[in-house]
Design a protein around this ligand. Structure first.
Ligand SMILES: CC(=O)N[C@H]1[C@@H](OP(=O)(O)O)O[C@H](CO)[C@@H](O)[C@@H]1O
Ligand SMILES: [Mg+2]
Length: 559
């Protein structure tokens, strides 16, 4: 690294001192903390993003958001060239960078990393980082800090995209690196035209009155509601009413997908008049989506259709289209074209959804919590469908499969134009264009749900009845040191502390259809307990007894 670059960095560092006592970790979804302590972190992540761009010679994304967390929090995460999450290999560097105590250490860290990774600081490629933020008031000044971080690496520049949903930014990074049109308008046009295409391919006579009613969307008082208002104008086949789109209340307070999924109650500004209507809720940065209906006479309780239900709907539809497509003329299934479809879930997936998917004959695999793990696994299939129960997920189509599909479409359009087979192929292609290939995206997920319901002629109730969730309960337990818990087998078994797993097993065995696991959260300082059983009472009781076990083994009285 030359003198000029060193002195630019040292000069810039002096404007962003590390706050006293801050200890940050890149965690499950980037850095998150109270916004007031994040200036230096975001500045440093700006440097990281610029280096990542120079290293990969590709466009990188930097998003300022704290998703479903409270409005006074904020955070920062990086999108890799594929549009996916930052490679896990760079996470340790992100951690040391964020916590380097003074300018001297910081400079040394960067110099060593640049050497180790062989990052071309004076190459011909000019680094480019797309910068965006959610609607949090702290976002504006944090975005400025990120910009300064990026421009303190000579040869790298920031392109400010302004307020976007997290998935929009990931989509743009992916599109730019593929040489495709990548503006916000291009995003909206791709979503609306592929949605339109699916609607045009609906079999005659299946349009159903139940479905064609209004969809009510809770925008979490965040960026998603605002963007949906824009997208809506391009959609002629959908009647959407947006509530909580930002002006009415506070971000994520009593609203949004996380609140609705965890509390299983209506968000603010939803209530008895909405009984029977199809409702959906986005989270603060619009990468999560859940559906729900308001139950009558229920004090705000809801029937929740979570990530598992969306996953099941998508899997069912895709499976159906594949079986139409892979039928040869004499009605035999064409075995040479066996498309590998895989579903990826975590231990939080409701057991009833897993049973349902297996009955469809689909391969189901499990990974640890965190989208980066699910996404990576799903990418191993021709079509990989993944969802966390909380509503983050998408459907990935492999390049190979898409190439095969496009060949098939051109073959069919000369041999059997207008056939069921050709329509099935066109539907799959439209799904691959509608559903975000970079990350889970509430807006594109919502359009896919709506298109499939219209295709099937299904009401939300019919969709909900695909299977019935096993009653479940989640708890959080504060412990002395959550890192004392070490898990294995996609977080379903505790290997440390010794003895606790046996105790959990003994407790679980007392319950009909009992299933229970614990794990340390990656985003909060707690141990999470999840329990399922055949009745709600049993699930609650299993969760609380295991919660007590956690307290005995790891709580403040255990030492
Ligand atoms: C049970 C649960 O919902 N866990 C969430 C939560 O992670 P934890 O590691 O459980 O804190 O935040 C993650 C990031 O948003 C999300 O991927 C994950 O699903
Ligand atoms: Mg989110």
């Amino acid at each position: 690294m030359n003198e000029e670059q060193r002195s630019i960095l040292l000069e810039a560092f002096s404007h962003f001192p590390l706050p006293q006592g801050a200890k940050l970790s890149y965690g499950t979804a980037g850095f998150r903390a109270d916004a007031s302590i994040l200036q230096s972190t975001v500045f440093r992540v700006g440097i990281l993003a610029a280096l990542r761009s120079l290293k990969t010679q590709s466009v990188i994304g930097l998003m300022i958001t704290a998703s479903h967390n409270k409005v006074s929090d904020n955070g920062v995460k990086v999108a890799d060239p594929s549009g996916g999450m930052l490679t896990q290999e760079w996470e340790p560097f992100a951690d040391s960078l964020a916590n380097a105590p003074d300018p001297h250490h910081l400079l040394q860290l960067i110099v060593e990393f640049v050497n180790k990774e062989n990052i071309p600081l004076k190459g011909t490629w000019r680094g480019e980082v797309l910068l965006a933020r959610d609607t949090r008031p702290s976002g504006e000044s944090l975005l400025e800090a990120a910009k300064q971080g990026i421009s303190s690496i000579v040869g790298a520049s920031a392109i400010v995209m302004g307020v976007l949903t997290t998935p929009q930014l990931h989509w743009m990074v992916r599109a730019k690196n593929k040489g495709m049109k990548a503006s916000e308008l291009d995003y909206f046009e791709q979503l609306s035209s592929s949605f339109r295409c699916l609607v045009d391919l609906i079999p005659q006579g299946s349009a159903n009155k139940y479905v064609s009613g209004k969809l009510l969307v809770d925008g979490a008082n965040g960026v998603g509601g605002e963007k949906l208002e824009v997208l809506k104008k391009l959609l002629i086949d959908l009647d959407i009413e947006t509530r909580n789109s930002g002006k009415e209340g506070i971000l994520n307070e009593g609203v949004g997908a996380d609140y609705v999924q965890k509390e299983k109650v209506v968000p603010c500004r939803f209530g008895p008049p909405d009984v029977g209507t199809r409702c959906a809720s986005l989270d603060g940065d619009a990468d999560r989506l859940v559906y729900f209906t308001v139950l009558s006479n229920s004090d705000g309780r809801i029937n929740l259709l979570d990530g598992d239900k969306m996953l099941s709907l998508f899997a069912l539809f895709i499976n159906e289209q594949l079986s139409i497509l892979n039928k040869s003329k004499d009605d035999n299934v064409d075995k040479d074209n066996k498309t590998r479809v895989g579903v990826v879930q975590t231990a939080y997936a409701n057991g009833a959804s897993t049973d349902f998917l297996k009955q469809l004959g689909i391969e189901v695999v499990f990974t640890p919590t965190g989208v980066k793990y699910l996404h990576e696994k799903a990418a191993e299939y021709d079509i990989g469908i993944y969802f966390e129960a909380n509503g983050h997920g998408t459907v990935l189509f492999s390049e190979n499969f898409l190439c095969w599909l496009e060949g098939k479409i051109s073959e069919l359009s000369s041999t059997s134009k207008g056939s069921e087979q050709q329509k099935a192929a066109l539907r799959l292609l439209a799904v691959s264009q509608l559903i975000n290939q970079a990350v889970g995206d509430a807006l594109s997920g919502l359009l896919l749900v709506e298109a499939i319901l219209q295709h099937m002629g299904w009401s939300i109730q019919k969709w909900s009845n695909l299977y019935h969730d096993l009653p479940s309960r989640q708890l959080k337990v504060k412990v002395v040191d959550r890192t004392a818990v070490v898990t294995a087998n996609a977080e379903t078994v505790v290997v440390r502390p010794l003895g606790i797993q046996e105790a959990i097993n003994a407790e679980t065995a007392k319950y009909d259809r009992g299933r229970c696991f614990i794990r340390p959260s990656g985003t909060e300082d707690v141990i999470r307990v999840y329990a399922e059983a055949s009745t709600q009472e049993a699930a609650e009781s299993l969760a609380s007894s295991v919660g007590r076990l956690v307290d005995q083994f790891l709580g403040f009285g255990s030492h």
